[in-house]
Every structure is written in structure tokens, then in C-alpha cells.
Design a protein around this ligand. Structure first.
Ligand code: NA7
Length: 318
């Protein structure tokens, strides 16, 4: 069993800029945007929103992470409820469905305000359709408007403003977020007013990703057993019609053993778990996804939760 060290947490660099932002001709909305959750994704997004001139109010459970944003001009609040009071549109971007629900229904959460006065709540955390429906209903019952805006892409794609946004719910909120979405995404889709659809599409895309990564890891591990150079395999793969930018990048990471988290392995496994729960409710058989989930779960147990999903290669080599 290899000695596992935690990947280094990279401090947010407030001075680095996405090359694409200057070309996008972004006219910032005059509304005030609240942001709950300054993890790797959240902080990257907020940095770009501030850079493109948006007025931002932030909160994070670990308060220290707010400091660089204060210096960059954002206002910090003590609770999610305080952010909602101060903002017109509130984004949430936390780890999982439980965290997303806590911020809405929990102590000092969004709904403690009782009357949201037509404010908009935008859920960016990766969640399942049921959680999104519950959050949406809670927000609407308190006179708020709800949009699920699932973000598809890696941390680097977030930093480059190259995410894909899959949105569903209140169309007016979608339009009010236009300048924010234009800042962080290369494409934005409105998938209809039915809450839950965008979550389903996001999780379906994650299924393709998870299964592909395990296939890639197993194939490269077999090459390694034959002492065939992984770089040679990747070079040849690059010439085939199977190549994809993502699989090439992940293959190179596997060959180098560089698992700096672009999409943490724990997030990949969380997504597969959500997919399998969805499938369970429909009696939909997903044997390959089930095994893929087991492979990621085992890799987590080996200590690779916080590494990139490509660390699944380590398990395949045993
Ligand atoms: P990170 O970097 O792991 O950050 C997770 C964030 O979620 C971070 O701000 C956490 O606060 C916050 N968090 C987690 N659980 C909770 C609860 N229960 N209450 C409040 N805040 C919480 O993830 P990413 O930024 O890469 O990804 C975020 C989402 O975007 C995720 O759903 C992706 O799929 C898409 P902390 O700093 O630990 O106090």
C-alpha cells in the first residue's frame, strides 16, 4: 500500500486572471450577488465575479477563507441568513446535498428569513433532483424564486471561465444571472422550468466521466503490468478516434502520478452514489456504474478522497 500524502491546498491567487474574461465584453448586473461557500469552485467563481465588476457579499463556514475576498472588495456576513438579507440573488456552492440543505433549512439558514421578498436563490452545489425540488419548494414557500444552476467542469475550467452551466427552474432568475454566467461559463443551457432536470443532466454527464476514468485506469494499469510505456500508450491513443481532451489529460496525470485535484475523487464518488440512487428509484439497472462506484469507494478507503479522480489509477495497479 503506497504512503498517501494529502494534496496541497492551493491558496486562492486573487491576481491571476482568466485569459478569456477580457474578450467577453461583460457588463456586470447592478444587483448585489450573495455567495455561500468559498471552496475551490466557489472562491474561483467569486474571484472572477469581483474582477468583472459584480457587487458580491460572501459567507463561508470556515471564516478565514473570506479574508482575501474582503481585501478584493467583497462584503462578508456572519451567517447565510445575513447574506440573503444583503443580496438580491444568492448563489450556493457547497460540497454535497446535505450541506446544500443545511444552508437553506438549518439554523441561521436562508429560510430563517421567512419572507424572501422575491429574492432569487441559485443552487450550484452538485445535488440530486429530490434535494433540488425540496430546496426549490422551500424557497418558493417563503416568496423566493429558485434556479438550479449545476456547474459542469473542473477547477481549472472554472479558473478559465470555461464551465458549462445547466440551469432549470425560474427563467427570470436565469436572465438576471446573465452577466455572472457569462463570466464563468463558455456555454449556458436553460433546460426548462421543471426543477430537477438540470441535476439529472449533470449526473448523467458525471456517469459518462466516472465510467470512462475507471476504464482508462484499468487499461493503463494493464499496460504497466506488461512494462509498456504509459506515455507510448497515451501518444498512440492521441492518434485514434477514441481520443478526448479529458481522457488524454487524465491519462497523462495517471502516467505521471500527479493527482492534483481538478475534480476531487470524493466528489466523483458522491456523484456516482447520487446517480445510483436515482436509478434505484426507477428500477433502472446500471451494473457498470455500480462497479465503477465500488472502485471509487475503494480508492477513497486507500486515502485518495482529496486527490483528483484520476487517482483511481492507483487502485487499478494493485
Ligand atoms: P470544496 O473545495 O471541497 O469546498 C467545499 C465547500 O463546501 C467549502 O466552502 C465548505 O466549507 C463548504 N461546506 C461543506 N459542507 C458544508 C456544510 N455542511 N455547511 C456549510 N458549508 C459546507 O468543493 P468545491 O468548491 O470544489 O466544489 C463545490 C461544489 O461545486 C461541489 O458540489 C461541486 O460538485 C461543484 P468549509 O470551507 O469546509 O468550511
Amino acid at each position: 500500500r503506497p504512503v498517501v500524502t494529502r494534496p496541497e491546498t492551493q491558496a486562492i491567487d486573487m491576481n491571476s486572471r482568466s485569459n478569456t474574461l477580457a474578450d467577453r465584453d461583460i457588463v456586470p448586473s447592478e444587483q448585489t450577488f450573495g455567495f455561500l461557500g468559498l471552496g475551490m469552485m466557489g472562491s474561483t467563481i467569486v474571484k472572477d465575479l469581483i474582477y468583472t465588476g459584480h457587487k458580491v457579499v460572501v459567507w463561508n463556514r470556515t471564516i478565514d477563507k473570506c479574508q482575501p475576498f474582503v481585501e478584493a472588495g467583497a462584503e462578508v456576513k456572519d451567517t447565510p441568513m445575513d447574506v440573503v438579507e444583503a443580496a438580491d440573488v444568492i448563489f450556493c456552492c457547497v460540497s454535497d446535498p446535505k450541506g446544500a440543505k443545511d444552508l437553506v433549512f438549518g439554523n441561521c439558514g436562508v429560510l430563517q428569513l421567512k419572507d424572501l421578498n422575491n429574492k432569487a436563490y441559485v443552487e450550484m452545489s452538485t445535488i440530486d433532483p429530490e434535494t433540488s425540488t425540496d430546496i426549490g419548494e422551500g424557497i418558493k414557500q417563503c416568496n423566493g424564486r429558485y434556479l438550479e444552476a449545476q456547474i459542469h467542469g473542473s477547477r481549472q475550467e472554472a479558473a478559465d471561465g470555461m464551465l458549462i452551466i445547466l440551469a432549470g427552474g425560474d427563467r427570470s432568475v436565469f436572465e438576471e444571472c446573465h452577466s455572472c454566467f457569462k463570466t464563468i461559463a463558455k456555454n449556458t443551457f436553460f433546460l426548462g422550468t421543471d426543477v430537477g432536470n438540470a441535476c439529472k443532466v449533470n449526473l448523467i454527464l458525471q456517469t459518462i466521466l466516472g465510467v470512462s476514468l475507471v476504464g482508462l485506469a484499468e487499461a493503463l494499469a494493464l499496460a504497466d503490468r506488461f512494462s509498456i510505456s504509459l506515455n507510448d500508450i497515451i501518444d498512440i491513443f492521441d492518434l485514434t478516434s477514441m481520443k478526448s481532451p479529458l481522457l488524454l489529460a487524465k491519462g497523462k496525470e495517471m502516467a505521471k502520478g500527479d493527482f492534483n485535484p481538478q475534480q476531487p475523487l470524493s466528489h466523483m464518488q458522491r456523484d456516482l452514489r447520487l446517480v445510483l440512487n436515482m436509478a434505484e428509484n426507477l428500477d433502472q439497472s446500471m451494473p457498470v456504474t455500480s462497479i465503477t462506484n465500488e472502485v471509487f469507494k475503494h480508492t477513497k478507503r486507500l486515502g485518495y478522497s482529496e486527490h483528483d479522480s484520476s487517482a483511481v489509477f492507483v487502485r487499478s495497479r494493485f
